[in-house]
Each structure stands twice: as structure tokens, then as C-alpha cells.
Design a binder for this molecule. Structure first.
Ligand code: C2G
Length: 132
């Protein structure tokens, strides 16, 4: 039986670090489901909206060959519900979240992968800002 793998993220300014974690998650052997955090959720967390809208971010992730299913993550507090609703066997996150989701190990396997070094959406924004 194929495993069902779930992961969450903003995926703003799609970059190689995003692709690497999604590829690694897919390699765990199954059906990859990705929760895209909404613009409102980002605004609540960081007091700013992502550069790409939630519709654009969702379409970009959905178009990747390694992704099987996408949905909007509207609230951080609903993570348990999303895992249950999507019948996920494994939760994958980057290790910037290490330990943060261990509470869900009663309903699924929780795995953290090392982040790809030297790239992030915020760094891209910073580089573009400084480049005239
Ligand atoms: N990531 C990575 N390497 C990078 C940058 C990001 O492996 N260089 C991973 C992150 O660890 C995360 C995923 O890519 O697992 C998405 O990253 P972000 O878009 O930064 O997601 P974030 O804002 O952390 O949203 O419910 C949790 C949130 O929705 C997570």
C-alpha cells in the first residue's frame, strides 16, 4: 500500500530548497499531499503577505510532478485535523521546525529533513532589494 505523506509550507518565490524537500518527501514512497498556507495565515504570523498570492503558490506546487494533492492551510491550529482528514501516514517538515510537530506522533510518523543551505524566500527578497 502506498504511504500518504503530508507537508505544509508557504512556498513563496518557489526555489530549489522547496523542490528538494518535496522530492525527498515523495521518495518516502507514496502519495504526496501539500498544505499551502493562505495569505491570511501568513499575514497573521508575520504581519505581511507573501509576494505570490495563495492561488499562484498553490498552482505552482500543484504543477510539480512530485506533488499529488494540494489544499489550503488556513490555520496552524488545524494541523491535527488536516493530518486526519487527509489520512496521512507521515508528516514531513524541514528541520527549522524540528521538534515543533512531535505532538502529532500519536497519529502519524513525524520526520524532519535538513534544510537546503543558503537559500530561502527571505534571502531572495533581500538579494533582489539590494540589486539595482
Ligand atoms: N525549506 C527547506 N530548505 C530551504 C527552505 C525551505 O527545506 N532552504 C523547507 C522548509 O523547512 C519547509 C518548506 O520548505 O518545510 C516550506 O518552507 P516555507 O515556505 O518557508 O514554509 P513555512 O513558512 O515554514 O511554512 O504549518 C507550517 C507552515 O505552513 C510552514
Amino acid at each position: 500500500m502506498k504511504k500518504r505523506i503530508i507537508t505544509f509550507g508557504t512556498f513563496d518565490l518557489l526555489h530549489i530548497g522547496h523542490l528538494n524537500i518535496l522530492k525527498r518527501a515523495k521518495q518516502m514512497g507514496g502519495h504526496l499531499i501539500v498544505g499551502i498556507s493562505t495569505d491570511q495565515l501568513n499575514f497573521n504570523k508575520k504581519a505581511k503577505k507573501p509576494i505570490y498570492s495563495q492561488e499562484e503558490r498553490l498552482q505552482l506546487i500543484e504543477a510539480l510532478g512530485v506533488v499529488d494533492e494540494v489544499f489550503y492551510e488556513e490555520s496552524l491550529a488545524l494541523k491535527r485535523t488536516y493530518i486526519i482528514e487527509h489520512r496521512a501516514d507521515i508528516l514531513v517538515m524541514g528541520n527549522d521546525w524540528a521538534g515543533k510537530f512531535d505532538e502529532f506522533s500519536d497519529i502519524c510518523e513525524v520526520t524532519y529533513f535538513p534544510r537546503t543551505p543558503s537559500i530561502s524566500s527571505s534571502e531572495i527578497i533581500e538579494i533582489v532589494r539590494q540589486t539595482k
